[in-house]
Every structure is written in C-alpha cells, then in structure tokens.
Write a protein that binds this ligand. Sequence first.
Ligand code: CA
Ligand code: CA
Ligand code: CA
Ligand code: CA
Length: 331
Amino acid sequence: MGFSKPDCHKTAHGIVFKKNMKRKIASFGLALSAALSLVGCSGTNGFDLRFPQRVVFTSRRDGNSEIYLMDNRGINPTRLTSNTARDFQPKLKQDRSLIVFTSDRDGGDYDLFTMDIRGRTVTQLTRNNKLDADPAFSPDGSQLAFVSDRDGNDEIYLMNTDGTNVRRLTSNNSRDESPVWSPDGTKLAFSSNRDGNFEVYSMDADGNNQKRLTNNAASDDSPSWSPSGSQIAFATDRNGKFNIYTMNANDGTEVRRLTTSTTTDDDAPSYGSDGASLYFDSNRTGNFEIYSMNASDGTSVVRITDIPEDDTGPHSRAVVSSTARDRKANR
Ligand SMILES: [Ca+2]
Ligand SMILES: [Ca+2]
Ligand SMILES: [Ca+2]
Ligand SMILES: [Ca+2]
C-alpha cells in the first residue's frame, strides 16, 4: 500500500532513509489487526493537562506511515493523518499550533506540509518533483529549516512558515541533512558527510561560520539542541550500533554516552521542551518504540509506545498554560 515505489530510489538519493530509517521503512508487514488490538488507537478522550508534554511521532500501526500525537506517558495516541502515502518527520511548532511534516501524498517525491494538532487545515508548503524533507520550526515559529535536493544534492534551506522566501544555506557536493535550531534561533545544527563520513556541524542561521563538532570515522547524525542551548544530543554508531550521546554545543567537547545498546539501535534523540527529558526511538524490544530518558545521564528510561509496528521519530513540546483556550486546543 503506497510503499512500493520509492525505497530504492530514495536510498539512492540519500537523506531520508539513509541508515536505520531504511530498515524502519522496509519492514511494514505485521498484521494490522494485531496492532489495532493493542494500545493506542482510541484517540477520542481528552489529554490530561497534569502531563503537559505532547509527543508527535510516526507509526505504521494502522497499515502505513502516519503521524500520531500522544502525551509523554503514551496515553491516547491520536492519529492525525490517514491516507496511503507516507506521512512522517512531524515536528511541533513551539506553541503547538501547527505540525510540519513530510509526505509523498502528491506524487513520488517528498514535499512539506503543515496541519493543526487535530490533523486538520493541511497546507502544502513545497510543490516540485524534488525531495523536500527534514523540516524544523525556528523557535519563534516564523521560519522552517529543511533539506532539499532541488539544486542537485541534499542542501539545507530556510523558508517562511507559509512556504515563501526560500533561501539556501549550504552549497557543496555532499549531503547536508537533519537541521535543528538552537533555542535562541541564531544557529542551526545539522549533519553532513562533506568530510568523508557523517559528522554533526553547526552554522549561523544565515549559513555563515559552518563548524564541525564531531570528528569520528563512524556516522554521527540526528542532532537535537538542548533548550538550555549548552548541549547537542546526537546518534552515532561509533561503538558498533547506534546509541545516543551528548556534547557541548559550542565546540563538541565533553562527549557523554547516554545509551549503551550493543545489539540494537537507539536513534532520533529529541529534547523535550523542559530540557529534562530526551525522547528517542529504539528497536531494543524487536521493533521500534518511542522512549524517554533523563537528558543529563540517560537514566530513568521509560518506554512510551508498545505496539508491534515501528514507532519512530519523536518530537515533543509542552503545553505552557492551562487557559480555557488551551484546554480546548489540547483536548
Ligand atoms: Ca499515510
Ligand atoms: Ca550538499
Ligand atoms: Ca563521523
Ligand atoms: Ca513499536
């Protein structure tokens, strides 16, 4: 259903499925009925505002890649997309008024879309036959960083949140991917294989001062900038399998390993907006699930999803007030 065409094509192109995403997307065969019989598809009850963190993620629990919203206990996962295309890479705007995501719903390439947190009011931001993916809202919500191969290979771009005013920030023959913003909006972290293998880099938000932060023969990828600004979490297979590490954001020093998987992969680290938790995905139980852990030392690991299909790519923002409007918006 909708997954037949682009795996090989997109693998050749790079970006989206470059490492374990390839595996995640490739194994979507488990029984739909079994998935539906377990936790999680109700989505009709209200969120409990005593648990303000909202987590968006991608799951194939309903048969193909769709976007879901839950709280950080995994209660009431609500499906926000429903079609046979791939919908994935959801990111919440800081105020949770919008979710930006990647989809191939309008053809064989990938484009960027926004929707509200109920999955309504879908707006298409890019419209071309090139890859547009990996979106990230700026902290003030006015800009999106994203990746596109519209100029020949994967480069990092900015555009306004309505899809206008596209500017390219990188320009080279290598793959530049996975942009995320510093909390003050002045810098971006990203990954690139410009120096021979994937490393994490930072640059100013206008593309100046590009700076390598990791230097290791393994793949160093998937950065997430801590809300305090001081740390960048990333995933690397420098010890054989992918694990989650952190480092100082300004110079890549004080590298700290947070997970210690030796036979499975931990990937896609993403700081919660309070900075206390890091969300990530892992296949340590045999298929990918969403987990949280203490962002400072990797303790207090909690599995948030529990369903035999792959659940990947968490991104979290907190409810910041409990006004009547907010309660309504987050029901
Ligand atoms: Ca879909
Ligand atoms: Ca490039
Ligand atoms: Ca590396
Ligand atoms: Ca799962």
